[in-house]
Design a protein around this ligand. Structure first.
Ligand SMILES: Cc1cc2nc3c(=O)[nH]c(=O)nc-3n(C[C@H](O)[C@H](O)[C@H](O)COP(=O)(O)OP(=O)(O)OC[C@H]3O[C@@H](n4cnc5c(N)ncnc54)[C@H](O)[C@@H]3O)c2cc1C
Length: 211
């Protein structure tokens, strides 16, 4: 799936009805679990929904450097079908307004990005997928290609880690962790090979090993 994303400049903080939501850096706006599940299922089936699950971040509530004094910033997105170019601005803002009446009155400016614009912004966001492509079961193990170590590249000593390697997109850092471990293991293995070859040369000088 892709996403449709909006960045807002706001006159004031988002007036969530629930005070707990005013104190959260990230708010998952979905109402009930069944409403979230239904909207995500329909989107996966290629439809655009009226009440989408909206992931909203309001960093300026905690980081005053994000906006001029007294003003605020926020961004939010909802899932849309892969490569959709439908403008979801109205739908997303209506969904936030449901839980924060008066939100719209606080919007000073906005910037929107549909799936095409997201892909233009970052070529890894294929079809607007901010995880770098669908995280299907096989993709969990075969990014970027199926090989014994997905973190090695064809250039010796050069490793890759990112959402393009297992376990895929997300800000968990596991791709970097596994790539670093792979690199360290290879380094250790190479050191063992070098030491054993030096040792072999020592006990058997007639052998010409390439170290
Ligand atoms: C709006 C949005 C919301 C998201 N929300 C979540 C979330 O809630 N939870 C979650 O788990 N994931 C979320 N994600 C996904 C998550 O951010 C990505 O999966 C993750 O950041 C991918 O990590 P990465 O290291 O592959 O790429 P990136 O984080 O994009 O890092 C790539 C880095 O490489 C740099 N770079 C690019 N080209 C060059 C170059 N030529 N030379 C030098 N540097 C270069 C870039 O500047 C960037 O710093 C979200 C993504 C977006 C866009």
């Amino acid at each position: 799936m892709g996403v449709f994303k909006i960045d807002w400049a706001l006159d004031d903080a988002i007036p969530f009805l629930n005070p707990l939501c005013r104190e959260a850096g990230t708010v998952h706006i979905g109402n009930t679990l069944s409403e979230i599940a239904a909207s995500e299922k329909l989107t996966w089936q290629g439809k655009h929904v009226d009440k989408p699950f909206v992931l909203l971040a309001q960093q300026s509530v905690f980081d005053l450097s994000r906006a001029p004094a007294g003003k605020h910033t926020a961004w939010g997105y909802c899932h849309v079908p892969h490569s959709s170019t439908v403008d979801m601005t109205e739908t997303i803002e209506k969904q936030i307004e449901r839980f924060a009446p008066g939100f719209r009155d606080r919007i000073l400016a906005r910037n929107t990005m549909n799936t095409e614009q997201l892909q233009w912004y970052n070529a890894n966001y294929i079809g607007g997928d901010i995880n770098g492509g669908a995280a299907t079961i096989d993709q969990l193990f075969t990014r970027p290609v199926l090989r014994s170590s997905p973190y090695r590249t064809s250039t010796k000593g050069l490793y890759i880690c990112s959402s393009s390697t297992p376990p895929g997109g997300g800000v968990h850092g596991m791709s970097g962790y596994h790539a670093a471990r792979r690199a360290l293991r290879d380094f250790q293995d190479r050191r063992c090979v070098i030491v054993s070859r030096i040792f072999a040369c020592y006990i058997c000088p007639n052998l010409h090993w390439k170290v």
